[in-house]
Design a protein around this ligand. Structure first.
Ligand code: FPP
Length: 240
């Protein structure tokens, strides 16, 4: 297939290396996170330019709650500010904004901003930007299993339905219901692991690990990642 026909539908980013980027410059870690928001903006623009329909970012994992309180507070403040300041522009560019994760752990003020951004952009369809916030793959699978357990307990007919479910039947119970699985997951900063991200949804994703630290990952790097994806041969376990 020609590379131009191989634009992934869903590209997902494990944004890593903000702290190291700041440290290299003798700055506080939060400075790296601030600069990381610029990379998010660049990737959104590149995704729109290249025709990617879903861009998702792993902004804060369930495990990240264990970071020093000052860094957690700084990151949460940064998210509120970034959402508030970027939303008009995202909206006017046709970007639908979503947050997925364990939102019960987020401050009410952050949840309010998220709800208003999601409402404002809900009918846009140029690009869907998904921020995974307070998210982990194991959390997602567990919450889906709990929903299923509740359904199975509702009636004999529901139990039968659950017991006869196939693999695809599980998808609607995940927090990502309705969103196509990521075609490409990129992790920056030279680390080669998934860190509890999209464990179910990433079963057949192409994985790309690059050395670039997240604050240096801009449009050119995004487009290079798409070129790398275009070379991959996706077989989904079959023989071609
Ligand atoms: C990983 O770097 C980065 C994070 C945990 C946070 C990234 C979050 C943002 C850039 C905010 C984006 C939010 C919106 C809503 C646009 P690290 O701190 O793990 O870096 P290190 O591995 O070098 O320590």
């Amino acid at each position: 297939m020609e590379p131009m026909n191989r634009i992934p539908v869903h590209v997902s980013m494990i944004m890593d290396g903000n702290g190291r980027w700041a440290k290299e410059r003798g700055k506080e870690r939060i400075y790296g996170h601030f600069e990381g928001v610029e990379s998010v903006r660049a990737c959104v623009e590149a995704a729109v330019e290249t025709g990617v329909k879903y861009l998702s970012i792993y902004a804060f994992s369930e495990e990240n709650w264990n970071r020093p309180q000052a860094e957690v507070d700084g990151l949460m403040e940064l998210m509120v500010k970034a959402m508030a300041s970027e939303m008009e522009k995202l909206n006017s560019n046709g970007v639908r904004f979503m947050v997925i994760g364990n939102r019960e752990r987020l401050a009410p003020s952050l949840n309010q901003v998220i709800d208003s951004c999601m409402d404002m952009t809900s009918s846009n369809d140029t690009l869907t930007l998904i921020v995974f916030l307070s998210y982990s793959g194991k959390w997602d699978i567990l919450q889906a299993a709990k929903k299923l357990a509740r359904k199975a307990a509702a009636s004999e007919a529901d139990l039968e339905e659950v017991m006869s479910m196939d693999i695809n039947g599980f998808d609607p119970f995940l927090a990502t219901a309705g969103i196509p699985d990521p075609d490409l997951i990129v992790r920056t900063s030279g680390e080669s692991r998934l860190s509890n991200y999209l464990l179910w949804q990433g079963a057949y994703s192409e994985l790309l690990f690059v050395d670039t630290l997240w604050p240096d990952f801009r449009k050119e790097e995004f487009k290079s990642a798409l070129s790398e994806y275009a070379k991959r041969d996706r077989r989904y376990g079959k023989v071609k």
